[in-house]
Design a protein around this ligand. Structure first.
Ligand SMILES: Nc1ncnc2c1ncn2[C@@H]1O[C@H](COP(=O)(O)OP(=O)(O)OP(=O)(O)O)[C@@H](O)[C@H]1O
Length: 547
């Protein structure tokens, strides 16, 4: 560029042309390289995002269910998988080139200044560390504020979901305004965080810009001084001024990008935190034969367990033999559902063992364990697909006859016949388009179709209508024909028909035996039975009860 300037300024514009063409060619090849690099960067960032999502998905599937019981975790996860991953993928897509350019360009420009006029190079060399220090401080500040802003945004998003989901409860309790207040508080906190980001971040970024502009002024003043003193030719001055102005641009973008790179760094830290969360330990090498347990028996021996606090099960032992039905009964909160969760290894026990076919569940892989267990829980989750898809998910390779057979036994066919779109009816997210009883029927059909030798069933506590009640009775009858059933039983006919009844109270097994044996013993079970039969207006017909 200096020769081109010299030729133009000394009145020989023709001789400047080759230099101008050379500079233009340089710019053209720069544009091509930049375009290609940008495409490669986009591809790289899409691949990175895919990889991040996949690892996050694998991790979420391997985390113990206890991890999800903190509602903030779910909000964090949704923030990370939306904004967080976009922040991270923005580094290769948008920031990599500018960040590299904002380091390389100043270095090259300062070197060029030294070559042309060492005193100007010295001014730039002294000014750059100052810009770096102020820029670093501003970047840190903005990233810290962004972190606060993201936390408040997660909280606000959680409250919005909570407010929407709790509508029925809030209206029933006449508390819509109270629900609103919680939401408004979270939204107010979010906008306060946003405001403080703007109020603090803007001056921080402005002060960095000011330092950069001061550097430019220093360069201009020094250049002008040298030119006036005749120590610098006009062509060199023009070239140095162009270099000076070119220096400002990458520095300005560097400051903005530094903040964005730090924000991406925050997202990476949150991502890493989730990846570092401890998973349920898998089987030790060599302990899993890959075949799973030999017989479908279930045994808890001396099990103690708590959800992070006080134990909710203490020294619980019970056996469910193959082909039998074991009913778990007891007051609310006595730990019945927890027993089912531990058999399915949603959590690990603190003391004692849970084993299936004589093998500790911790020595089985998740696939082995889940091949042997079908679950019918109260809080049935249905995916936003059709009824057919929701049943088929337990055994995708099942034939249509097998699927229809399972649906018939669980009385899902009756529901399907009533619906205008039949099997193709979409159930809505979480199954909202169906009643609670209907959802449980679909869940039972899933369990029947899965054809696992052990079925864990948590009977709905809500009173079922006659049709749903009949569906559960029919399903239990067909399930117990050749499977091991462990049922948290609330309905009296289920309790009574069980081969073995285990009574839990305060997390301990207080009684155990058949219906008749327990009635005769006259203990906790008898009191429970009498109280429940009274509440449903039944009369006791068991011989022991008539004594
Ligand atoms: N995810 C959880 N996190 C913390 N505590 C829990 C969790 N699930 C259950 N608990 C607590 O563990 C205890 C036993 O709960 P569990 O659901 O096993 O009882 P249950 O006998 O099945 O009750 P119900 O008949 O009302 O369903 C209760 O005190 C409950 O509050």
């Amino acid at each position: 560029m200096v020769p081109a300037c010299e030729h133009v300024l000394s009145g020989r514009p023709r001789e400047a042309w080759p230099w101008i063409v050379a500079v233009a060619a340089l710019f053209a090849s720069y544009a091509v390289v930049r375009y290609r690099a940008q495409i490669a960067a986009y591809r790289g960032s899409v691949a990175l995002a895919r990889q991040l999502f996949r690892r996050l998905g694998d991790k979420v599937a391997a985390l113990p269910l206890g991890w999800f019981s903190d509602p903030r975790r779910v909000g964090e996860l949704s923030q990370l998988s939306s904004r967080g991953i976009v922040d991270i993928m923005g580094v290769p897509a948008h920031l990599l080139r500018p960040v590299v350019a904002s380091v390389v360009t100043p270095v090259v420009l300062v070197l060029a200044m030294f070559v042309l006029e060492w005193r100007l190079g010295l001014v730039a060399l002294v000014g750059l560390p100052l810009v770096a220090v102020v820029g670093r401080w501003a970047g840190r500040l903005v990233a810290r504020l962004d972190d606060v802003q993201k936390t408040t945004a997660t909280e606000a998003a959680n409250r919005v979901v909570e407010f929407a989901q709790a509508q029925a409860t809030l209206r029933a309790a006449g508390q819509t305004a109270a629900g609103h207040r919680r939401l408004e508080e979270a939204l107010a906190e979010q906008s306060a965080a946003q405001r403080s980001t703007t109020v603090v971040a803007a001056p921080a970024l402005l002060s960095t810009n000011l330092v950069i502009q001061l550097l430019l002024v220093a360069l201009l003043a020094t250049g002008a001084q040298l030119a006036l003193g005749g120590e610098l030719a006009t062509a060199e001055l023009v070239a140095l001024l162009v270099l000076g102005v070119r220096l400002v641009e990458p520095l300005m973008t560097a400051v903005e990008n530094a903040a964005m790179v730090r924000m991406a760094g925050n997202a990476v830290a949150r991502y890493q935190e989730i990846l570092d969360a401890p998973e349920l330990p898998g089987p030790t090498s060599g302990s899993s034969t890959g075949e799973g347990p030999a017989e479908p028996s279930v045994e808890l021996r001396g099990v103690t367990f708590g959800y992070g606090g006080e134990p909710v099960l203490r020294d619980v032992s019970l056996v469910a033999r193959p082909g039998t039905m074991t009913a778990l009964v007891g007051p609310s909160g006595s730990g019945k559902t927890t027993v089912l969760r531990l058999i399915a290894r949603f959590w690990d026990v603190e003391a004692g063992t849970v084993s299936i076919g004589g093998r500790d569940v911790r020595q089985l892989t998740t696939e082995e364990l889940m091949r042997h267990i079908a679950l019918v829980f109260q809080d049935v989750y249905l995916f936003d697909g059709t009824i057919e898809e929701n049943i088929r998910m337990s055994r995708p390779e099942a034939s249509d006859e097998e699927l229809r057979g399972a649906a018939e036994l669980a009385r899902v066919t009756e529901v399907v016949d009533r619906l205008p779109d039949g099997w193709g009816t979409r159930v809505g997210e979480g199954g909202t388009a169906l009643s609670g009883g209907e959802r449980q029927r679909i869940s039972i059909a899933r369990a029947l179709l899965k054809d696992a030798p052990i079925v864990l069933l948590d009977e709905a506590t809500a009173a079922l209508d006659a049709a749903n009640d009949a569906a559960v009775v029919a399903a239990l009858a067909s399930l117990r024909a050749d499977r091991t059933l462990v049922v948290v039983a609330h309905r009296l006919p289920t309790v009574r028909s069980a081969d073995r009844i285990v009574v839990l109270d305060g997390g301990r097994v207080v009684e155990e035996g058949s219906h008749e044996q327990l009635l005769q013993r006259g203990g906790r079970y008898r009191a429970f039975w009498e109280e429940r039969t009274r509440s449903v207006g039944w009369r006791l017909t068991a011989p022991a009860a008539r004594e």
